[in-house]
Design a protein around this ligand. Structure first.
Ligand code: NAP
Length: 460
């Protein structure tokens, strides 16, 4: 009685958590509610009378908690996609191993329905395991980051997928054919690798989110196999939210989802013949400025919009940005932060960092809510953002990011860009913004430059 009740509470917590996670204002509470739901579900499961000994559970709990704590303490925010990929790999492996154990445990008593669920669990579990390990390897630079493609790649991947499906049908019809069951698992293992190799390392976050969805579906299948409601609910929530997230990320990067599913993306297409290449600026054509000059612009501005990007995460400049904006607010300027859906390297990346620096939530604005405001703004401070402020996305059909929604920063009276060099960002293309007459490039590490700016402002 207690266990089903605990599952009900846990499921409600998961749903409330997802709802809360959709806004930066409630995201922390959402996280805590979700974690509490998980604790309730685990305790409820431990109370099951079917458990005869706690020895292995305690050993697993100790090792797992130690690894989890170490990962969350020492892995920096910029490495979050890698960390998530590893967690999915372990989740997928766990689902696959539980499926194999249950298959052997049930033996000849296995029903067709349970066999179908177990088959899916093992196939998706192994696929997620190897796919996520590949994603981790590419992001970490252990494996080559560039897409690996070969002739007939999609056709052979689809053929393997269909072969696994055919094996699943055969095993459901006759669950005693264990060789076919293990062969299906092995195909899942291989498909995970083949599915990820054609994708460029830097595009991995979308794939990781999709693998998250597969891990969720594997968990839901485990729930059906074990007759466990909380696993079905949590798996379904995970499966759908992962899928929606990958679709939204693809949309925000102006890629079709079919392109994601059928691989070979992350490979920047060569521009059409005769079309302008992705960028044409040279260092000489950029308007470089000193810290003092940029501070002069900030002092004169009544309205300021900060556009953070991946560089802010790299230099961990969020606290210094906050300090600088507080000084300007103290002098009567209005300050807003523009958050692009794909700024940084994972969804919500900028929100997490700015929340860490206690930037008030009512200063954070989404792309659609702030884009018309740039034209009425005195100054824009671009902190380590590049692609999300590249006007080529609106004006250059030959650009690989053409069509991606970007901030209209160039419409502001003055734009101050903080980055270390004239190097391109994630998409590997030059940025037309840097050559605009109202843009000032202040080169250097974002945190260091912001510190110098704050010191100069305080000194006035
Ligand atoms: P970006 O285009 O990758 O540019 C980041 C810039 O930060 C670089 O040009 C770099 O220039 C600068 N930078 C790096 N370290 C710095 C430091 N210590 N101090 C100052 N500047 C530094 O970043 P973005 O504008 O945030 O755009 C995100 C890109 O990632 C988009 O193309 C998006 O499609 C892609 N993406 C995002 C997600 C997601 O979920 N958020 C997922 C997948 C892909 P320097 O080297 O010159 O300093």
């Amino acid at each position: 009685m207690i266990t089903p009740f605990s599952y009900l509470i846990a499921s409600v917590c998961f749903i409330i958590a997802l709802q809360a996670l959709s806004s930066p204002k409630h995201a922390r509470q959402g996280n805590a509610i979700g974690a509490f739901g998980m604790l309730v579900a685990v305790v409820g499961t431990l109370l099951l009378t079917k458990i005869l000994t706690f020895t292995w559970i305690l050993i697993g709990l100790t090792i797992g908690s130690a690894i989890g704590a170490a990962m969350s303490i020492w892995i920096p925010m910029t490495k979050m996609p890698e960390r998530i990929a590893l967690s999915h790999a372990f989740g997928g492996l766990a689902a696959a191993l539980v499926g194999i154990a249950e298959y052997n445990h049930l033996g000849s008593e296995i029903s067709r329905f349970t066999m179908g669920a177990l088959g899916l669990e093992v196939f998706l579990g192994f696929l997620t395991f190897t796919g996520s390990l590949m994603a981790f390897g590419k992001l970490q630079g252990v494996l080559p980051g560039s897409p690996i493609t070969y002739k007939g790649q999609n056709a052979s991947n689809i053929a393997l997928f269909l072969a696994a499906l055919a094996l699943l049908v055969l095993v459901v019809l006759d669950p005693s054919r264990s060789a076919l069951f293990y062969l299906m698992g092995a195909i899942g293992f291989i498909v995970g690798i083949l599915f990820v190799i054609p994708i460029g390392g830097a595009d991995m976050p979308v794939v990781i989110s999709l693998l998250n969805s597969y891990a969720g579906l594997a968990a839901a299948a485990t729930g059906f196999a074990l007759n466990n409601n909380v696993l079905i609910i949590a798996g379904a929530l995970d499966g759908t939210s992962g899928l929606l997230l990958s679709m939204k990320m693809s949309q925000a990067m102006n890629r079709s989802f079919a392109n994601v599913l059928f691989g070979a993306f992350g490979k920047v297409e060569a521009p059409a013949e005769g079309a302008a290449a992705a960028g044409t600026g040279t260092a000489a054509s950029y308007n470089q400025a000193t810290v003092e000059e940029s501070v002069g612009v900030l002092e004169a501005a009544q309205s300021l919009i900060v556009v953070p990007g991946y560089g802010m995460a790299v230099s961990q400049a969020q606290h210094t940005v906050r300090e600088l904006t507080q000084i300007l607010e103290g002098r009567g300027a209005s300050v807003k932060y523009a958050i692009h859906p794909v700024a940084g390297r994972m969804p919500g990346h900028m929100n997490v960092l700015l929340a860490e620096a206690n930037v008030p939530y009512d200063q954070l604005f989404d792309l659609d809510d702030i884009n018309d405001e740039f034209a009425r703004t005195d100054a824009v401070l671009v902190v380590g953002a590049n692609d999300v402020v590249n006007p080529a996305a609106k004006t250059n059909p030959a650009s690989p990011i053409y069509g991606m929604p970007v901030f209209n920063v160039e419409q502001a009276r003055a734009v101050i860009v903080l980055k270390r060099s004239f190097n391109p960002g994630f998409a590997g293309i030059e940025n037309d913004l840097f050559g605009k007459p109202n843009t000032m490039m202040v080169l250097g590490d974002a945190k260091k430059t912001l510190r110098e700016m704050t010191t100069a402002l305080k000194g006035d």
